[in-house]
Design a protein around this ligand. Structure first.
Ligand SMILES: C[S@@+](CC[C@H](N)C(=O)[O-])C[C@H]1O[C@@H](n2cnc3c(N)ncnc32)[C@H](O)[C@@H]1O
Length: 291
């Protein structure tokens, strides 16, 4: 429907799709075949105008379409083996949990609205540190058009699923005739002491770090890793990077700590934003300032 001129899209969504779905639920085989044939005939008879529409249109993808796309990917690849995502050491830095697509859209939408300087349309590079099965990486590329979208994940099972989701993502982009932005996963790798990943981090415009379950020392190591970020970079975290009532010391300044250069906004999500609770969660939009 996304790739059809409006008149045809209306015909498909108001006539053919309802006939297709009601035939499935009522077990009406003839009705089902009829709906499929009607659809095929519509595409066949209008091939030239559909191609012209796809080529000429500059239309952007709707949020609904992007979320459906991501959901299909997830249902096909992750859902059948999701029990494996629970295989981590409890209360460790490797606890698994996901930000849901609606929440990621809200966060990115907020960054987009903040002003010209930080408009996502002009942003190039996104990276998720601890990217799990890669959901946010695909969403950044698909829905927000980041030219380069990276993920790094250390654990084996989420990495396997992320790699499989990437193959499916590329196939689906081809199927829908979508231009793919560059997506790259650093699977089964740590973001610490990883020079290639560090280069990508330093070039990022938006970094996501779901540090909800990370402990104090781990968060401090992450802060150290951010010392070369460029002004304007936005870091989204679920726990604060800058400790409460923080005052920078001369020692930290000498070490080039980023803490004194972060402008922090504490935000609260809508309910149902994350996979581990329905309760709203806090999140932090940290923006790197000039020295
Ligand atoms: C809470 S999950 C977040 C998944 C995804 N980013 C999301 O928000 O939907 C945190 C992930 O960080 C990963 N992780 C922890 N330490 C890591 C490290 N040193 N390098 C890469 N990934 C790491 C964990 O294995 C886990 O999958």
């Amino acid at each position: 429907v996304v790739n059809l001129p409006q008149l045809l899209a209306v015909k498909v969504s108001s006539e053919i799709v309802p006939k297709f779905t009601s035939s499935i639920s009522s077990g009406d085989y003839t009705g089902l075949v009829d709906a499929i044939e009607q659809y095929n005939a519509l595409i066949r008879d209008n091939r030239a105008s559909i191609l012209a529409y796809v080529k000429s249109s500059q239309h952007t993808l709707s949020t609904y379409f992007c979320h459906q796309f991501l959901q299909q990917l997830y249902t096909r690849i992750v859902t059948p083996q999701c029990v494996k995502l629970k295989r981590y050491k409890p209360f460790s830095n490797f606890v698994y949990g996901e930000l849901l697509p609606g929440f990621v859209s809200d966060i990115m939408g907020y960054i987009q609205e903040r002003g010209d300087a930080t408009r996502i349309g002009s942003l190039q590079n996104f990276m998720d540190l601890g990217s799990g099965v890669g959901n946010t990486v695909f969403q950044a590329a698909l829905e927000f058009g980041f030219r380069n979208s990276y993920g790094v994940e250390i654990m084996e099972h989420p990495s396997d699923m992320a790699d499989a989701q990437l193959l499916e993502y590329l196939e689906k982009c081809k199927l829908y005739g979508l231009k793919e932005n560059h997506v790259e996963l650093f699977s089964r790798q740590s973001f610490f002491d990883n020079p290639v990943v560090k280069d990508r981090i330093d070039a990022s415009d938006v970094l996501l770090c779901n540090n909800y379950a990370f402990d104090y020392d781990f968060n401090n190591r992450i802060v150290d890793m951010f010392k070369d970020l460029k002004p304007g970079t936005t870091i989204i975290t679920l726990k604060p990077l800058v400790p409460y009532a923080f005052k920078i010391t001369a020692d930290e300044l000498d070490k080039g700590s980023i803490l004194g250069r972060l402008h922090v906004q504490k935000m609260v999500s809508k309910p149902g934003a994350v996979s581990w609770t329905n309760t709203p969660v806090y999140y932090y939009v940290n923006t790197v300032q000039e020295d």
